[in-house]
Design a binder for this molecule. Structure first.
Ligand SMILES: C[S@@+](CC[C@H](N)C(=O)[O-])C[C@H]1O[C@@H](n2cnc3c(N)ncnc32)[C@H](O)[C@@H]1O
Length: 280
């Protein structure tokens, strides 16, 4: 895979950290890097603080000792570059804040040490332990203190589908100064779709009755269930969270002809599509 074309979107992410089983994470991280970089430059010209919220931060599977191959390591690097670039190019002083959330104690210890060591005066990082949804009130307080006009970029990368019910998410993301990049692991999601005991967790993900039944009615193994789940989640983001623009990008399994992951971003479909073109 080569995403090292001559382009302003050239990723700084080292592919060797992902070889042998983490190739999808490489695509995911290139998308995060490219999207966040362009967003930060754009909103940093107008808003006085750019806040990156990583709700399911890890570390999880990272090989690099300085976490250059973890979402939080990539995001803070990108924010630091953007804040420095905004000052240099436009004379604009913008602050960066990274809020990382991780549930597992052992991973949190590493995350917290990273946040402390990577913080600078212009881009601070804070790690919170616990479930993302339960920490939302604390996250909101940190965001409110970040500046007079903070802009939030929320990255949600859970492994399953049950930890970010859309009704709990709505008050946090349904505002103008917010974008979200949401990873819907369609391979996990469709695996248990026929299990009756999990029906309520699907309802909480989509926030609308009838979605589960529409997915169940489709044949297994054709990709239709995955595709419908993605479309329905996009619809929930529009209808429940009030996002005007919702784009999707598909990440393929490197070894099989099937989708494993699908991404949504609220705005700027061009960024995601440009990124995907580079990755081909
Ligand atoms: C897919 S991994 C994250 C990978 C990371 N975003 C990256 O790209 O490098 C999901 C992480 O979320 C954590 N986690 C699971 N449930 C959680 C919850 N409810 N709240 C916060 N973190 C959670 C897991 O322990 C795991 O470290």
């Amino acid at each position: 895979m080569d995403c090292l074309g001559h382009s302003p979107l050239m990723p700084k992410i080292e592919f060797s950290n992902y070889e042998g089983g983490r190739e999808q994470a490489y695509v995911k991280h290139c998308l995060l890097e490219n999207y966040l970089a362009q967003l930060a430059y754009r909103v940093g010209q107008k808003w006085d603080a750019i806040v990156y919220v990583d709700g399911f931060a890890g570390p999880w599977g990272a090989k690099d000792s300085s976490f250059a191959d973890a979402s939080f390591g990539i995001a803070i690097r990108v924010l630091k570059d953007a804040v420095a670039g905004l000052k240099e190019k436009y004379g604009k002083t913008a602050r960066g804040l990274c809020i990382f959330v991780e549930k597992k104690p052992a991973a949190f210890v590493k995350l917290n040490a990273f946040a402390q060591s990577a913080s600078t005066e212009n881009v601070r990082a804070t790690a919170l332990q616990g479930r993302f949804i339960e920490r939302l009130p604390d996250i909101q307080k940190l965001v409110a203190r970040a500046g007079n006009s903070p802009f939030k970029f929320v990255f949600l990368d859970q492994k399953g589908w049950a930890a970010a019910p859309i009704e709990s998410l709505r008050p946090f993301v349904a505002e103008r100064s917010c974008e979200i990049l949401f990873n819907l692991m369609t391979s996990f999601l469709t695996r248990f779709v026929d299990t009756e005991t999990r029906a309520e967790s699907y309802y909480r993900l989509f926030g609308r009755r009838g979605v589960l039944e529409r997915i169940r009615a489709l044949p297994k193994g054709t990709g239709e269930r995955e595709e419908t789940a993605v479309k329905e989640y996009c619809k929930s983001l529009r209808e429940i969270c009030g996002f005007r623009y919702v784009a999707e990008a598909v990440i393929l399994d490197p070894k099989q002809e099937r989708f494993v992951t699908t991404w949504f971003s609220q705005q700027t479909i061009r960024v995601a599509l440009k990124c995907l073109r580079l990755l081909r």
